[in-house]
Design a protein around this ligand. Structure first.
Ligand code: UDP
Length: 474
């Protein structure tokens, strides 16, 4: 008798960075023999991506299909970067109920040509702990997928120890450059300012701040899952992985997934990519352009926009800047931003887009460095291409990621907490011109590519993950 088919339900947070990487995971799983995958979007995102159509066309892998649940918000809600807390709350309500009903219905397979076997496991975003709990209640084994770095996971796991040692809460007005004890393996280089941004919040007296407590609870909840999957590689975070392993039931380090899995056949971009910037890059000299993107969620003030702009102009290199329409606070329209950039830098030296095909941009020969918010996907995408980075971390895990870039891997510079034109100019120039940083970035890229190549640590872990999911189906 043949082995039962595994059917994995993959459920990401409905945010760009989470969808990107979990769709890579889904695509890679669906390419493995005998594995079916259902990818769960929100209704809103599925409409926006048009993946329902993609799933039924020849372009989509046969064993990958898309379904959706409501996120509970009205159709005309903007769902902009500053609305994330509202979206999460709403998903916890309406989304949770719909997910339970849907999962219940998927426990029975569907026949016919486009049919699929019953769902045998769930891989849920680690921030959607309800999806893990509901699955287990319905008798479906659930794994947690953490889209952030292993080091940030370890930092959240270490919060009780940090309180025991008196490292938390940080004393009000205390020096953020003080070293931190208590996060295993990071005692030589971790400073207060490098811990995820929520660690800087103070609770009443010695209590944990509710926001930090919520993230710690999510960590604890997701780490109870059958296994934790991380989009990271041994050459990037082996020490953190070694400290996490004994504290979870199993851990799979299978990243960077975008470099390992085939490109998803279905759309992943919630915004329309401006491909015109690729032609603009074609017209630029090798390694002459600074690519600037602060990801899908960062919101900056008009003053910060001006500091970045002045710094970029002073650095003297052409630049390509992603300015999402919802990115700068106050009433500044996208056209105003574009005009301000053109006025300061000149049309030929700067290009502004609303959204770029980032992985193609980073791969382009004209790109010399990447000014990034150090989101984990962006950090990995730069690492794989060996592009030096200048990091201006905004929130959550970005503070710790940028410490790895600047203080551990040496593949870039960390301008954390400074948003100052002079710092931008100095760091961009150094990242563009330092042979040492580029050589270190290229050397790390080689190692990461070996991790994802056949026989490498991530590729081997991925095979073990497929076996684990198949085992759960028997
Ligand atoms: N991205 C993109 N085009 C852009 C800006 C970002 O395709 O113009 C992608 C980027 O390649 C990455 C994701 O959006 O995969 C952002 O994820 P990350 O974890 O870096 O940051 P977040 O948006 O979650 O803060």
């Amino acid at each position: 008798m043949g082995a039962a088919a595994a059917h994995v339900l993959v459920f990401p947070m409905p945010l760009q960075g989470h969808i990107n990487v979990m769709l890579h995971l889904a695509t890679a799983l669906a390419a493995a023999a005998g594995v079916h995958v259902t990818f769960l979007h929100t209704d809103h995102n599925l409409r926006r991506l048009g993946n329902a159509a993609a799933a039924t066309t020849a372009g989509s892998p046969r064993r990958l299909r898309f379904l959706s649940v409501p996120d509970g918000l009205p159709d005309d809600h903007p769902r902009s970067a500053s609305d994330v807390p509202v979206m999460v709350d709403s998903l916890l309500g309406a989304g949770q109920a719909a997910y339970r009903a849907l999962l219940g219905s998927l426990l029975v397979g569907s026949g016919g040509a486009g049919g699929s076997p019953p769902v045998t496991s769930v891989v849920a975003d680690a921030l959607l702990t309800f999806a893990i709990d509901v699955a287990e209640e319905l008798g479906v084994p659930a794994l947690a997928f953490r889209t952030a770095s292993a080091s940030s996971l370890l930092a959240y796991m270490s919060v009780p120890r940090l309180f025991e040692l008196g490292e938390l809460p940080f004393p009000p007005g205390g020096d953020l450059d003080e070293p931190v004890r208590g996060v295993p393996g990071m005692e030589g280089f971790l400073r207060r300012r490098d811990l995820p941004s929520t660690f800087r919040r103070h609770g009443n007296d010695h209590d944990v701040h509710p926001k930090l407590q919520m993230l710690v609870d999510l960590t604890t909840g997701s780490c109870k899952a059958r296994a934790v999957i991380l989009n990271t590689a041994a050459s990037l975070e082996a020490p953190a992985l070694a400290h996490i392993a004994p504290r979870v039931r199993d851990v799979f380090a299978v990243g960077p997934l975008h470099a390992m899995s085939p490109a998803p056949a279905a759309a992943t971009s919630l915004w329309r990519e401006d491909d015109g910037c690729m032609a603009w890059l074609d017209g630029q000299a090798d390694r002459s352009v600074v690519y600037v993107s602060l990801g899908s969620l960062t919101v900056i003030s008009p003053e910060q926009f001006t500091e970045f702009l002045s710094g970029l102009v002073a650095a003297g290199h052409p630049f390509l800047w992603v300015l999402r329409p919802d990115m700068v606070t106050a009433r500044l329209q996208h056209a105003d931003l574009q005009e301000a950039v053109a006025a300061a830098a000149g049309h030929s030296k700067a290009r502004v887009v609303r959204w770029a095909p980032q992985r193609d941009v980073l791969r382009h020969r004209a790109v010399g460095c990447f000014l990034t918010h150090a989101g984990w996907n962006s950090t990995l995408e730069a690492a794989v291409e060996g592009v030096p980075t200048v990091c201006w971390p905004f929130f959550v895990d970005q503070q710790i990621n940028s410490r790895f870039v600047g203080g551990v891997w040496g593949t870039g510079l960390d301008m954390k907490d400074a948003c100052d034109a002079a710092v931008v100019a100095r760091m961009v120039r150094e990242a563009m011109e330092s042979g040492e940083i580029r050589a270190t970035a290229q050397a790390l890229a080689e190692k990461v590519r070996r991790d994802v190549a056949d026989g490498g640590s991530s590729a081997t872990e991925f095979k073990r993950l497929v076996g684990f999911l198949q085992e759960l189906a028997t």
